[in-house]
Structures are given as structure tokens and as C-alpha cells.
Design a binder for this molecule. Structure first.
Ligand SMILES: Cc1cc2nc3c(=O)[nH]c(=O)nc-3n(C[C@H](O)[C@H](O)[C@H](O)COP(=O)(O)OP(=O)(O)OC[C@H]3O[C@@H](n4cnc5c(N)ncnc54)[C@H](O)[C@@H]3O)c2cc1C
Ligand SMILES: *[C@@H]1O[C@H](CO)[C@@H](O)[C@H](O)[C@H]1NC(C)=O
Ligand SMILES: *[C@@H]1O[C@H](CO)[C@@H](O)[C@H](O)[C@H]1NC(C)=O
Length: 508
């Protein structure tokens, strides 16, 4: 009886990104039938978002399946739906373990318009990679010689490069290589500076085997396939929620002769009574709105973890060219500024120098599919400023940048398209990182359902999913999916009757 009542319970999922879809799907599979998804925007997918550049598709949000192998639920689904090309699904591809750093074939261009020799860039890159790997060991060791990854790497680089023997011009270039690689790491971590990323927690993020792959038809294909499994009408679009009244704080949560502990209030005034709410909004959104999003307010500990944890910006600028200026095998183009004499991954004046934060471009491949498209990457406050400029202004600055670094004043991009995740009102940035001073404990606190204490009948009113709540896989699509499924499973377990323990059972 209790189990049947459980399946009748009213569950509201806030957000129709991959985490919300995963949660709804799992609840339905287990027989819950009063499930409703409320989505602020007019589309499903959230930060999985495929766009266009001319006749090509480009990923405005997530691009890769990180670690495409059997342990990765996104990979399993993508295979099941037949969304990947054959090569990505081979046993060999799944077995390649690059610890999160695909061995891209790189070209280095400098601000004086020349290509740098691998003899200069490779030893510094290798030293940098070694230090990045070392940054991950402190998590297991449970100690932190410095508070941030950036400070640790810069200290070690200074020690390694200050032997005084080298030529001073080369020394500036070597520091420039490190600066560019730090700016690239800001994109990977989604942070303004690596000085904000906690050293002691850097190794908490887990990588899975498999050489990162993309969706030839676009990442959103996965969303569309998953949406097919949800009944029509289950998702309400353009339905931003304003407030979650929990702990029966709004006595008016009556509906069909029942009272509910939670009332979800939308911006348009509509209300939805619920037994449970699974909230999947981004950490950026929570940071900005948690004080008004919950009545009563969140417990102090949770609010503090939300404030302390990191949620930064990483944006892409896609650039289409008539002709490639790179070699056919080139996968990534790094840009090195010869005038940067100190080790730093931030610019001194965001408004005038923002483009110096753009570390370089990845090449969209294969060329037969995309033509000649580069993807520029830019993180941090420089990236947030870029979002405020018009597309024409960004195009002009990128044109000047490419002309400067190639030394060819005739190269003019055909068109560009960029992402603007910071100013997206329902995302407020790109993804989560563990900020200086934070640890896995903050993620656990964030993931704790409410109320955390009190009678069983009143528990699990508000559950927290989304990318930011997975300790090993925050900042990824698979982490978000897993977190949604985890919270759905929490409700399934909550209502599953304990196994029959009758007299016979105990004797056998
Ligand atoms: C530029 C970029 C590149 C990335 N690249 C990769 C990659 O290559 N590989 C990878 O694995 N991951 C990548 N990620 C991360 C990945 O996209 C996210 O971790 C994942 O998609 C998050 O899913 P989610 O469901 O947790 O959140 P979201 O997708 O953000 O979904 C939350 C949903 O909640 C909705 N919402 C917000 N507020 C409200 C409200 N008040 N009421 C109702 N609904 C609301 C939002 O509109 C949104 O649809 C990238 C992200 C970005 C931004
Ligand atoms: C929830 O309600 C109970 C009384 O019904 C109250 O004692 C408790 O403090 C409330 N919790 C919060 C977080 O407001
Ligand atoms: C995070 O995701 C992984 C798999 O994607 C899963 O094994 C793990 O249990 C998840 N952790 C949490 C805390 O949700």
C-alpha cells in the first residue's frame, strides 16, 4: 500500500537539461506517474546546445563525450541510439587512456606573426603537463602545499626556468608558452584564473578511459532521443520557477483533497503542489538566486557551499575561413604573446586587452565535413566582457588577431558565431570547478536533500541534482546525467518496501 502511494506522489523536476531529463526518465521507468518538468526556456538540453555557422552545425555548449567507454552513461546512451561514428565505438578507442589530455597535434603562432619551433615549445609544454599531473596527487595525499593550482604551477615553473643560463629572449618565450597553457586550463576548468582553483581538490575529478569523441549530427541529437521517451506534455516550457516553498511553509498547498509539503511557484504565477522537487539549475543560477529561490531559505551550510564553490565562464568563438592557414594535420593552434614578461593567466585591462585571454583555436575536423572552421576558446572575466560586445566587434577583433599571428593581413573570416553563457539568464556561466578553499565536502553539502533532519514522512522535499553535485564528474554531461539518475533513485529507494522478512524468509 505504502509503495503504491509512493508511485502516486507528485514530483516536480526543475530544469530540462540532461540532468532533469535523466531524472524524469528514471522516475517513469520505476512507475512514478505524476512527474512534471518545468523548464525556463523554450527548449530542452540546457548546456547541451547545437547551433549553426553557415550550413555547418557547431556546438555552442558541450562538445565532447569525455572518456567514451562503458562506464560512461552518456557514451552508452549515444551508442544505443546510434549517434556516434564507428571509429568512436571501437574497442581500441574505448581503451585509449590519456588521463583527460588528448594528444592534439599543435601549432604555435606568436604575436610577431611567426610560427614557433617545437624545440622551444615542446620541452616547456612537457614540463607544464608534468606539473599539471603533479597537481592531481595532492588530493590522494590529503595535503595542499599551496592553495591553488595556478600558484603551484607558477612557483614550480619559476624554479625550473630560473637557472640563469638561458638566453633572456628565449626565457620570455618560455614564460609565454606557460601563460598560454594556463589560459587554456582556465577554459578546461571554467575559471577566471587557475589561482582560483583549489590545489588539494584538483585530483578529485576523475577521468574515464576512451579518446574523447563528438556527435557527428550534433550533441542535441542525444537530447532529442531521450525526450522521445518522455510522454508529450510532461515538460512545460517557458515556465521559469520563481520560488520553492518547502517545509509546508505555504499552507495553501492543497490539491485534490491532499496537502503537500512543497509548493512550486512560477514567475507567471502558476503554482504546482509537490511531494518532492528535484532541482537541476546550474550552480551559477543558484549563486545568483538562492536567497529568493527557497522559502524558507537554504540552511546556512548549504548556502555557504554554494557561495564558495566555483562557477566560471568559458566561451567559444567559431570562425569560418575561406582557406586554411594551418597544416592539414593540425588539431590545435596556440597563440603566444611575446610582450607578456611575467607569468600570468589574466590580462591587466579587460576592456582593451580581453582578446589576449583567448589561448588559441581548435580545428573542427574532418575538413570534408566542416570546411575550414576554427573554434576559439576564452575563459574568465575577459570572456564575460566579450559577451557584451556586438558580433561585428568580436569579428573585427578576431580578424585582427588572426592577421597579427599569421603575419598575413589579407586573411578575413567569412563569419563567426560565439556563445554567451555568462549572460544566459538561466545558466549564469559555464560549469563548476572546485574553488580555492573548497573541497569535496562542499559538493556533498550541495547534494544533500532537504530537510536533512526530521521525520521520515517529511524528508526528501527538495533534492539537488545537476552537474555541480557530482564529486567525480562535475562540469560534464555524464556527471549531470548521473546526478539526475542518482536523485531519482533516491526517491525510488525511499518508497521501495523493505524486502519481505516473514518467518519463512528468516528460516531459509
Ligand atoms: C561552453 C561549454 C562547453 C562544454 N563542453 C563540455 C564537453 O565537451 N563535455 C562535457 O561533458 N561537458 C561539457 N560542458 C558541460 C555540460 O554541458 C554541462 O555539465 C551539462 O550539460 C549540465 O547539465 P545540467 O542538466 O546539470 O544543467 P543545464 O544543462 O544547465 O540544465 C539546467 C536547466 O535548468 C533550466 N533552468 C534554470 N533556471 C530555471 C528556473 N528558474 N526555472 C526553470 N528552469 C530553469 C535551464 O534553462 C536549463 O535548461 C560544457 C559546458 C559549456 C557551457
Ligand atoms: C520546518 O518546520 C518546522 C515546524 O513545522 C520547524 O520547526 C522547522 O524549523 C522548519 N525548518 C526550517 C528550515 O524552516
Ligand atoms: C558521479 O557519476 C558517476 C558516474 O558517471 C557515478 O559512478 C558516481 O556515483 C556519481 N557520484 C555521485 C556522488 O553522484
Amino acid at each position: 500500500m505504502a509503495f503504491l502511494q509512493g508511485l502516486d506522489s507528485h514530483i516536480v523536476v526543475v530544469g530540462c537539461g540532461i540532468s532533469g531529463i535523466g531524472a524524469a526518465q528514471k522516475l517513469l521507468q520505476h512507475g512514478f506517474h505524476n512527474v512534471r518538468v518545468l523548464e525556463a526556456t523554450g527548449r530542452s538540453g540546457g548546456r547541451v546546445k547545437t547551433g549553426h555557422l553557415g550550413s555547418n552545425i557547431v556546438e555552442i555548449g558541450a562538445n565532447w563525450i569525455h572518456g567514451p567507454s562503458q562506464e560512461n552513461p552518456v557514451f552508452r546512451l549515444a551508442c544505443q541510439y546510434g549517434l556516434l561514428d564507428k571509429e568512436s565505438m571501437t574497442e581500441e578507442n574505448q581503451a585509449i587512456d590519456v588521463a583527460g589530455h588528448p594528444p592534439f597535434t599543435a601549432t604555435w603562432l606568436s604575436s610577431s606573426g611567426r610560427q614557433l619551433e617545437p624545440e622551444l615549445t615542446e620541452p616547456v609544454s612537457m614540463l607544464y603537463m608534468t606539473l599539471l599531473e603533479q597537481s592531481q596527487v595532492f588530493y590522494r595525499q590529503g595535503r595542499e602545499p599551496m592553495p591553488s593550482v595556478g600558484e603551484f604551477i607558477k612557483r614550480e615553473i619559476r624554479l625550473a626556468l630560473s637557472d640563469g643560463r638561458g638566453n633572456p629572449v628565449t626565457a620570455v618565450l618560455k614564460r609565454g608558452v606557460v601563460n598560454t597553457l594556463l589560459k587554456a586550463e582556465c577554459c578546461v576548468s571554467g575559471t577566471h584564473t587557475m589561482d582560483d582553483v583549489a590545489l588539494g581538490a584538483f585530483g578529485m575529478y576523475k577521468t574515464l578511459p576512451g579518446l574523447d569523441c563528438t556527435f557527428p549530427g550534433g550533441y542535441e541529437g542525444l537530447i532529442h532521443q531521450m525526450m522521445q521517451t518522455l510522454p508529450k506534455g510532461m515538460v512545460s516550457y517557458n515556465k521559469p520557477i520563481r520560488c520553492i516553498h518547502w517545509n509546508n511553509s505555504d499552507g495553501s498547498a492543497h490539491h485534490s483533497g491532499r496537502t503537500f509539503p512543497v509548493l512550486v511557484e512560477c514567475e507567471d504565477g502558476d503554482t504546482f503542489p509537490a511531494d518532492h522537487v528535484i532541482i537541476t539549475v546550474s550552480l551559477g543560477y543558484l549563486k545568483k538566486h538562492h536567497e529568493t529561490l527557497f522559502r524558507p531559505r537554504l540552511p546556512a551550510q548549504k548556502a555557504e557551499s554554494i557561495q564558495r564553490m566555483g562557477f566560471g565562464t568559458n566561451n567559444k568563438i567559431f570562425v569560418e575561413l575561406e582557406q586554411p592557414f594551418w597544416e592539414p594535420d593540425c588539431e590545435i593552434i596556440f597563440l603566444l604573446w611575446e610582450d607578456e614578461s611575467t607569468l600570468a593567466d589574466m590580462v591587466t585591462d579587460v576592456k582593451t586587452l580581453w582578446v589576449k585571454k583567448l589561448f588559441g583555436f581548435t580545428v573542427l575536423r574532418p575538413a570534408e565535413r566542416y570546411g575550414h572552421i576554427l573554434c576559439g576558446w576564452i575563459a574568465g572575466r575577459e570572456s564575460e566582457h566579450m559577451e557584451t560586445l556586438s558580433e561585428a566587434e568580436v569579428k573585427l577583433t578576431i580578424t585582427q588577431l588572426i592577421q597579427k599571428f599569421t603575419g598575413n593581413p589579407t586573411i578575413t573570416p567569412k563569419r563567426i558565431v560565439r556563445s554567451q553563457w555568462f549572460h544566459d539568464p538561466y545558466t549564469c556561466g559555464s560549469y563548476t570547478y572546485v574553488a580555492r578553499g573548497c573541497s569535496g565536502h562542499d559538493i556533498d553539502t550541495l547534494a544533500q536533500p532537504l530537510p536533512s533532519e526530521g521525520p521520515q514522512a517529511k524528508s526528501l522535499q527538495v533534492l539537488f541534482a545537476g552537474e555541480a553535485t557530482n564529486k567525480s564528474f562535475y562540469s560534464t554531461v555524464h556527471g549531470a546525467l548521473e546526478a539526475g539518475c542518482r536523485e531519482a533513485q533516491r526517491l525510488v529507494t525511499h518508497y521501495t518496501p523493505p524486502a519481505y522478512q516473514g518467518p519463512l524468509g528468516s528460516k531459509l
